[in-house]
Design a protein around this ligand. Structure first.
Ligand code: ARG
Length: 479
């Protein structure tokens, strides 16, 4: 947005005898980044003017002029005709100044019984309320792609890892559902954040409230807030909701980053578990054979800035005396960057997940190799009455024997096994394959196919329900 840079009279200039230094104007301005709050600023001002008129603090006629003026400004900004001015510092003063230019005395009454301190707190809450809902929708979209892949590969088996060492066979769908579980918690945390956002700060004024007969409940109702903040000092100094959102965002990015890391590993020739779509990879300017997982790497890399924004915000708030301090203006670049980063990552990740080709043959083959059913042998022995610690020891010896003979476990003879424990019988060979291994994991939350099937169905239902609720729109989304 174009920003004009000439000095002019400030709305607060009354007690000053010198013009603000140019360097100070350049240093203190926030219009270069808070202009994006314009819609919310206007929305808040319309509600505020309406309340002022209802309470008889300004006339209905003035309120009408103000609202008409604000709508005109909104139209001009939307059409790119509005000139934001640096000497007017921020979005609040730019809009109020333009309104007064357009409506004269009426516009000059808008700032009655409010301050920029409660105004900016309001704008941020309105902004974040919208963005969180948009982000929840994008996370839901990503989950749908994970679910579609899980349903497509319902029977496929893969090696499960701990310490990045082959551990036990699991269903590919079970693995994909693990990520859905993380994303469901992420959405839930965001939902929780929305609850604490649902409080109107406007009307706290600078910090102490006002002597004018306002009714903050009217403003809250007009803007769709469930509650009115209880303490005026807290209202203007509270940025918990920003820190909370940035924390939620950081946790969400940690999930995305872990998955991205797996995409990078798995698409390597060494793993060869997946093929990423050509359209979601990039080439090398020198090595003609290369197909690089840059999207996954960038998603992993951008996690750094989202973590950084959280640390930045926590540090800004640390040690601030009550109530408002200008330091808090620095919340916006961090918040906006996290919102933008999350939205861009989620937007590119969903179609990429849709395009992943899982190499199910290779996954099964890898799941079957590397003694990954050793635990199943131990459990077999337990079922024959051998105490688990002994069963573990015996199976360890069987693994060692196989290692020494460069064999897989199923290539050991029954005699080899019987020499380790008389409890072994012919039926041991039935537990050695990855299919049998996976089938046996029937404990709640385990990877047995019938359990995973149920989990797939339940997840599908939950997602559909979440979508329906979002479409209906929560009661809070008014105004
Ligand atoms: N631009 C300011 C911010 O973002 C708005 C509030 C300024 N209030 C003040 N008294 N200087 O925090």
């Amino acid at each position: 947005m174009p920003i004009k840079k000439n000095q002019g009279k400030k709305p607060w200039a009354g007690r000053f005898t010198e013009a603000t230094a140019r360097e100070v104007e350049a240093f203190t301005e926030s219009i270069s980044f808070d202009a994006r709050l314009w819609k919310y600023d206007i929305q808040g001002s319309i509600a505020h003017a309406t309340m002022l008129a209802k309470q008889g603090i300004i006339s209905r006629r003035d309120a009408d002029l103000i609202i008409k003026g604000l709508n005109g400004i909104a139209q001009d900004i939307a059409d790119g005709r509005f000139k934001f001015r640096q000497e007017l510092e921020d979005v609040h003063m730019n809009i109020e100044h333009a309104l007064t230019e357009r409506t004269g005395q009426a516009g000059a009454k808008l700032h009655t019984a409010r301050s920029r301190n409660d105004q900016v707190a309001l704008d941020l809450r309105l902004y974040l309320r919208d963005e969180i809902q948009a982000i929840q929708g994008l996370v839901r979209g990503l989950e749908k792609e994970f679910l579609a892949q899980a349903q497509r590969h319902a029977g496929a088996i893969m090696p499960g890892y701990t310490h990045l060492q082959r551990a036990q066979p699991v269903l590919l769908s079970h693995y994909l559902l693990a990520y859905i579980a993380m994303f469901e918690r992420d959405r839930d945390r965001l939902e929780d954040c929305l609850k604490r956002l649902d409080v109107l700060p406007l009307g706290a004024c600078a910090l102490a409230g006002t002597g004018l007969p306002t009714d903050r409940r009217i403003t809250a109702r007009l803007l769709g807030f469930k509650e009115v903040s209880e303490n005026s000092m807290d209202s203007v100094s509270d940025r918990d909701f920003v820190m909370e959102f940035l924390s939620n965002a950081a946790i969400l990015m940690s999930h995305i980053s872990r998955f991205s890391e797996e995409l990078v590993l798995w698409s390597s020739t060494e793993f060869s578990f997946i093929e990423l779509p050509d359209s979601f990879t990039t080439g090398s300017s020198i090595m003609p054979q290369k197909k690089n997982p840059d999207v996954a790497e960038l998603a992993r890399g951008k996690t750094g800035r989202v973590y950084g924004n959280l640390m930045g915000m926590l540090t800004i708030m640390k040690g601030l005396p009550l109530s408002y301090n200008r330091d808090m203006q620095e919340d916006k670049p961090l918040l906006f960057d996290t919102v933008d980063t999350l939205k861009s990552v989620l937007t590119v990740l969903a179609p990429m997940v849709r395009g992943i080709a899982f190499k199910t043959g290779r996954l099964r083959e890898t799941a079957a190799a590397g003694y990954s059913t050793a635990t199943d042998i131990a459990e077999y022995l337990v079922k024959k009455g051998v105490p688990f610690r002994q069963a573990h020891e015996i199976t360890g010896k069987a693994v060692l024997l196989a290692l020494q003979g460069e064999k897989e476990l199923e290539e050991l003879s029954l005699d080899d096994l019987k020499a380790l424990s008389p409890a072994f019988e012919k039926d041991v060979f039935a537990v050695l394959g990855p299919e049998a291994s996976v089938r046996s994991k029937k404990s709640l939350g385990g990877t047995a196919p019938e359990l995973v099937r149920k989990s797939l169905d339940a997840t599908e239902k939950r997602l559909a329900k979440g979508e329906q609720q979002a479409r209906k729109g929560p009661a809070r989304k008014k105004g």
